[in-house]
Structure formats: structure tokens, C-alpha cells
Design a protein around this ligand. Structure first.
Ligand code: UT7
Length: 318
């Protein structure tokens, strides 16, 4: 049950929003956001849909891999902010790319991209040959713009990979604790005259401190477990690609593993938290940086609503 990465891509919306701009209508400051979260600016959709940025990322990955849309035999999308509840984001992407293969979405919140890699590995085990995986989010659609504790964190973006048969996916771990009390995005309740439950507003609700504690512990434990399961030690890992939720969570992992900070990658300063897209965008940046060498081991880790967490080790093969 493995695969090889044939190409990566990413797409961020055009509009850059600085902390100063947010401070114009929220009771916040550049100093607080920079120090407590590590973000200075983020990208925000103005006219782009989730589908548009997902397709942008997909095109980059298809081009790098030398794959045409008709060669794909599965499209998987990880998202919590698709344009529609139905059809899936993957089906909208399939139509825009002109592909004809099956397509479906996976929701494991911010852990979704790594959950999706595991699902893709399963498809390769039963004979699939080319799978496009995309993490894409338009989280600015689901944040409460009057809530300073979440509006300053979440952002928009998409990352993608084209996968083919291979042996790069070395080890993995998926976790779900269950529950919706610490972090959730309630669905639109509709207008049924019969439904009597009081509903929360359909925006992000987050107990930041609780998630923070879960995140630090989950990321460090999951990374240690997948590295051990791969028969490796932290010294063997060339690059850690962590979910970009808070720079302080990433710094905690650097301290825990006592590694050089530059090996634990960070782009949160300019991308913000893009949930299921975050590790895919970062992986594409790494891939295009020229820093990756044949045989490098990459450890990816993510965590989020569910509460879910996930990690994996991938060996880069040119
Ligand atoms: O990707 C999905 C997973 N999500 C995460 O991993 C998020 C994990 N959590 C976090 O990153 C952090 O908990 C936050 C960034 C969300 C919040 O940081 P914090 O250091 O945990 O702040 P806090 O919630 O303890 O709040 C401290 C203070 C409060 O004020 P008082 O009560 O001490 O007067 C907040 O009201 O900071 C205040 N605060 C703000 N102040 C200025 C909260 N948000 C802001 C803000 N600007 N944007």
C-alpha cells in the first residue's frame, strides 16, 4: 500500500490581507497576531471559488507530473469549505479539468490531506495508476468576521499532488478522538418548520487553548510514531512538513525533537492557516525550492477538528 509523488502544485488567491488591515475592523493588532500566532499576512478569496483555487493547484501538479486529465483514474479532494455541500469539490474540479474519472471528497478537517494520502494508498493497492489529490479551502467563507480569535488565523489556498504507483509512502498514522465541542463549523440548519433544536451560527467555533494543547501533543506523538514505524530516527528526516496552525505549535515540535528549525518548514507567516490545504501547499513549496534530494525522507503531520490528527513518512524519489 504505497505510491510515488509524480508532481505537486499550489494556488493562492490574489488578494493579500495584512494584520494592519484586519486591525481596522477587529479589536486586534499586528503585534498580537505576530507574537501569538506567527502570521503577518494571508491570502483571501475575493472572486475565486474553492473550485478555482483547487483547479489552479491541480494544474500545477498535473504539469509537473506530465499527466493529462484524461489519464487520471481518481480525483480526491480534502476540504471543509467546498463551494457546495453537493456535488463534491472533486466533481467540480473534474468538470473544470475535463477529466472523466471518479471523484469524491474527504473531510478530516485540517488532517484531511494526510487522511487522503492513506485513502490513495488503498486505491493503489487495488490497481489504480494515477490519482490527483487536492487540499483546498476557502475558510474565509466559514469564519465569523466579528470573532477576533478565529478571523485572524484562517485563510484561503489550495495544494495538490499527482500520485502514481511506487514505494515512497513508508509509514502513516491516523487518529480521531471524536466529538465536536472544541472545534466545529456547524452546518446551515435549513428552514424545516419541524426541526426544533437551537443551532449555532454556521461559522468556526474554536476553544483555541484546548486545540493548542491537543495539537502540540498529537503532532509530537504522531511524528515520533511514524518515524519509528519507518525504521528511522529523527536524524534521518530531512524535512518536517507540519500543519501551519500556529508558529508556536511548530516551534514546540522543533524543541521536542531538538532539530534545526530550518528542517521544520514554516510558511504560516504569509499563508495563515489553510486547514486541509496547508501541508500540501508547503510540500509544493519544498518541491519547487530545489532543496529536495533524491532519497530525502519527509515527515508530514497535521491535526484539527474531530479532533483528528495524522502523520506519515514519505521518501522523495526523483
Ligand atoms: O488548524 C486547526 C487547529 N487549530 C489550531 O491549532 C489553533 C490552536 N490554538 C491557537 O493557535 C491559539 O490558542 C490561538 C491563536 C487561537 C489563541 O492564542 P492564545 O495564546 O491561546 O490566546 P487565548 O485564547 O488564551 O487568549 C488570550 C487573550 C484573551 O484576552 P484576555 O481574556 O486575556 O483579556 C483573548 O481575548 O488574547 C485575546 N485575544 C486576542 N487579542 C488580540 C484573542 N484573539 C485575539 C486577537 N487579538 N486576534
Amino acid at each position: 500500500m504505497s505510491f510515488k509523488i509524480l508532481g505537486t502544485g499550489s494556488c493562492l488567491p490574489q488578494r493579500v490581507v495584512s494584520n494592519e488591515e484586519l486591525s481596522e475592523f477587529l479589536d486586534t493588532s499586528d503585534e498580537w497576531i505576530t507574537q501569538r500566532v506567527g502570521i503577518t499576512e494571508r491570502r483571501v478569496c475575493t472572486t475565486e471559488t474553492t473550485t478555482d483555487i483547487a483547479v489552479g493547484a491541480a494544474k500545477g501538479a498535473l504539469e509537473m507530473s506530465g499527466t493529462t486529465p484524461d489519464e487520471l483514474d481518481m480525483i480526491l479532494c480534502a476540504t471543509v469549505s467546498a463551494d457546495h455541500a453537493a456535488p463534491s469539490l472533486a466533481c467540480s474540479v473534474q468538470a473544470m479539468l475535463g477529466a472523466t474519472c471518479p471523484a469524491m471528497d474527504i473531510n478530516a478537517a485540517c488532517s484531511g490531506f494526510i487522511y487522503m494520502l492513506e485513502a490513495a494508498a488503498g486505491f493503489f493497492a487495488i490497481g489504480y495508476k494515477r490519482i490527483l489529490v487536492i487540499g483546498a479551502e476557502r475558510l474565509t467563507r466559514v469564519v465569523d468576521w466579528t470573532d477576533r480569535s478565529t478571523a485572524v488565523i484562517f485563510a484561503d489556498g489550495a495544494g495538490a499532488m499527482v500520485l502514481g504507483p511506487g514505494k515512497s509512502y513508508i509509514s502513516s498514522k491516523l487518529v480521531a478522538k471524536g466529538g465536536d465541542t472544541v472545534l466545529s463549523i456547524p452546518s446551515f440548519e435549513g428552514q424545516s418548520p419541524f426541526y426544533k433544536n437551537k443551532s449555532l451560527k454556521p461559522y468556526v467555533h474554536m476553544n483555541g487553548q484546548e486545540v493548542f494543547k491537543f495539537a502540540v501533543n498529537a503532532m509530537c506523538t504522531d511524528l515520533a510514531d511514524v518515524i519509528e514505524a519507518a525504521g528511522l530516527t529523527i536524524e534521518d528526516i530531512a524535512w518536517i512538513v507540519p500543519h501551519q496552525a500556529n508558529a508556536r505549535i511548530i516551534d514546540a515540535a522543533v524543541r521536542k525533537f531538538n532539530i534545526q528549525p530550518e528542517r521544520c518548514l514554516k510558511n504560516i507567516e504569509t499563508t495563515g492557516n489553510t486547514s486541509a490545504a496547508s501541508v500540501a501547499i508547503l510540500a509544493d513549496e519544498l518541491c519547487r525550492s530545489g532543496k529536495l534530494k533524491d532519497g530525502d525522507y519527509i515527515a508530514m503531520a497535521a491535526f484539527g477538528a474531530g479532533l483528528t490528527s495524522a502523520a506519515c513518512v514519505i521518501r522523495w524519489e526523483e
